[in-house]
Design a protein. Sequence first.
Length: 413
Amino acid sequence: MLLALLNLPALFLIVAALVSGLFVGWYVGWRLAKRGLTRSNEQIGNSRANDASSLSSHLLNATLNEMREGLLVIDRDMRVLTANRAAQQLVFNLGGDGIFSRRLTELTRNPAIYDAFLDGIRGTERSGVKVETYGPERRVFDLRVVPLRSAADGGISGALGIFFDVTRLERLELVRQEFLSNVSHELRTPLTSIIALTETLEDGALADSQNNRRFLSIIKKNSTRMHRLIDDILELSAIEAGNVKVSREWVPLRLLVEDIVGSLSAGTSRNVSLDNQIPSNAKVFADPHRLAQMLTNLIDNAVKFNRDGGKVTIRYETHNSDHILVEDTGEGIPAHHLDRLFERFYRVDRARSRDLGGTGLGLAIVKHLAKAHGGEVSVESRFGEGTVFTIELPRHIEEAHREESPSKLTAAG
Ligand code: ADP
C-alpha cells in the first residue's frame, strides 16, 4: 500500500508530462500547419511537424493504454475527453470507444467517483478516494483527481483522475489482519487460563495439596502451548518471507522415517501402530532437516487423529516425481474441509486440536516447505475411514537425465 502511495506523485508527473507533451505536440503541429497554408515554402517543415505530432500522439496513446492505472480526463461539463484502456475496462467495464464525449453520470452511478471529479472541476484536488466497482469481479481503487487548468487564462478546463487498483493490496491487508486476530485469539486462551490459575494459587490454593499440583501442570501445559505457537508462527513467517534455505542432498528415506517413528512412538501414550514401509534403497533429493520436519508433522497428526488400536503406514512411490505417503486409519476429514485444510489456523475441530496441543499451523508449514522444495503436499480422505497425505518432491535432475538417456538411445537406434 505504502509503495503504491509513494508512487503516486511520480506517476502523476509522468502522466502530466505526457498530457502536456500531447498538447505541445498538437499545438506546434497546428501552428506550423496554419503557417504552412500561407507560406508554401515551408511545406516540407510542415509535413515534418505533422509527422512529429502524430508520432507524439501515437506514443502518448500507447503509453496511456499500457498503464495499469486507469486514467480519465473530463471537461467542465463532466463529459469524457479521454480515458485509457484500464479505465474503460477495469473501472467502467466498457469496451471500444463508446466512452468518449459521454457524461460521467452515464458511465457510472458511483457517488465516490462523481463527487471526486465534481470537486476536481470546482478546483479542489482529491486523493485517497476509495472506489469499489462490481463488474465480473469486485475491484477496489484508490482514486486521485486534480483540476486541469487552461494554459491561456489559468481557468479550470476539466479534471484528470487516476485510478490505482489496490484490490490485491486490500486482500493482503485483510489476510494480515485475520492472521493477527487469529494469533491474538490463540494466545489469549492459554494466557487467560495461566493468569486465572496463578491468582487461584495466590489466593490460597497453593496450600491446597489436592489441587496445587494439578493447577501447576495446567499452567505448564498452557505455557508449552504458547511457546509452541510462537515457535510455529516464527517458523512460518521465516518460510513465507523466503528466509529459510533448503539445502538438498540425497536422503536415505527409510532411515529418516525410522528416526521419526522412533521418537514419536517414545513420546506418545496412544495405542496406534506405526508401519514404515519405505524400501531400504529409497532415496529422495531433499533437505533432510526440512523433510524430517514435514514428515514429523504429518505422522504426528496421523497418530493424534487416529482411533484407538489404529495404524499409520508410511510408503514411498516413484513416478515422474517422488511421492511419500502417510496413511492413517483414523477418523477421516469431511470432504468440505479439504480445500481449506492447509490454511493457517484452519482446523476441523478447534477445541479438539487445542486439547491435543495443536497450533493449527502444522499443515501450513508443511505446505510451504513442500513448495520450497519445488514440490507440493496433497490430501485425500474418507470420513470415518482414514486419511492419506502425500508429499510430492521433484526428482533430482541429473538422475532423471540418467534414466532418460538409455531409452532415448534405444529409440534413436
Ligand atoms: P494442528 O496443530 O491442529 O494439528 P495442523 O495444521 O497440523 O494443526 O492440522 C490442521 C487440522 O487438520 C487439524 O486440527 C485436524 O482437524 C486436521 N487434520 C490434520 N491431519 C489429520 C489427520 N491425519 N486426520 C484427521 N484430521 C487431520
